[in-house]
Design a protein around this ligand. Structure first.
Ligand SMILES: Nc1ncnc2c1ncn2[C@@H]1O[C@H](COP(=O)(O)OP(=O)(O)OP(=O)(O)O)[C@@H](O)[C@H]1O
Ligand SMILES: [Mg+2]
Length: 265
């Protein structure tokens, strides 16, 4: 049986325009230019590139958090615009975002229970008791003790906060996780723990990952395919092994040369 396309991006472009009275091309930022890629179930695609190359822009567009200027995005064969119009709840259940800064991404005034309950209330029909059980399971999934749920974010370390961010993203049982620099704010030893957790979860829950990083060593550890971006353009793509072993572009070679010598496994 062929593995169906889970996410397809065709000629995707995004221009940010700064507001001004007179049209001025210098006030336009071409954040994405005619981007194409396709994900099958179980893929993990790494998107790498220097700061400002358009990584977060593509992540936000495919997650429905940002509009695009032209091109197409299909999730499970259906256009993004149709999903958002006809079934936004089902769309949000299917694709979830994990943010870079684990502490900032949690509301300091909400307990972990309240944080994890919000997507369950918004996106599922679970009863109060069912939500409680699901929250316990989510805590276990990310290796946090269930009795911690009544604590507040400031009582957790950065790594623990990122585990909570991941649990929140998993609450609605998504098919795709978009992870935007999920470990770059963490110490290296903690990064390894979170990356190992992500590898386990991907296997256990049959997830598909879009994994964004400026750090190629992290992508090499997690991903099987890689897209290299420079100023909104995809300049190189392929499976991780061949791009790492035999990069075509100077830009990719420079990114690889800047990898610090860290082993995550
Ligand atoms: N809301 C916005 N308004 C105007 N320009 C924006 C906006 N968001 C992003 N940009 C611009 O689009 C380009 C791509 O930004 P993006 O955030 O996607 O880069 P990135 O690859 O994620 O960078 P980083 O590694 O620093 O996170 C940049 O030039 C950025 O300044
Ligand atoms: Mg970014």
């Amino acid at each position: 049986m062929t593995n169906p396309s889970i996410l397809k991006v065709e000629n995707l472009s995004k221009v940010f325009r700064r507001i001004s009275l007179i049209p001025d091309p210098k006030k336009e930022v071409r954040a994405l230019v005619e981007m194409n890629f396709e994900l099958k179930k179980g893929d993990s695609l790494g998107i790498v590139g220097e700061s400002g190359s358009g990584k977060t822009t593509v992540a936000r567009i495919i997650s429905g958090l940002e509009t695009h200027t032209s091109g197409k995005v299909h999730l499970l064969g259906k256009p993004l615009s149709q999903w958002l119009q006809e079934n936004p709840v089902e769309f949000r259940k299917s694709i979830q975002y994990v943010f870079q800064d684990p502490i900032m991404s949690l509301n300091p005034r909400k307990t972990i229970y309240q944080t994890l309950e919000k997507p369950l209330k918004n996106l599922t029909e679970l009863s109060g008791q069912e939500r409680k059980e699901r929250i316990e399971k989510l805590m276990e999934l990310v290796n946090l003790r269930p009795e911690f749920v009544h604590r507040y974010p400031h009582e957790f370390s950065g790594g623990q906060c990122q585990r909570i961010g991941i649990a929140r993203a998993l609450a609605s049982e998504p098919k795709i996780l978009v992870l935007d620099e999920p470990v770059s704010a963490l110490d290296v030893s903690i990064q390894a723990q979170i990356l190992n957790l992500l590898m386990d979860l991907k296997e256990k829950l049959a997830l598909t990952y879009v994994f964004i990083s400026h750090d190629l060593s992290v992508v090499e550890f997690i991903c099987d395919r890689i897209l290299v971006m420079n100023r909104g353009y995809v300049v190189e793509e392929g499976d991780c092994d061949s791009v790492f072993r035999n990069p075509r572009e100077d830009y990719t070679r420079k990114l690889i040369a800047s990898i610090p010598l860290i082993q995550f496994s």
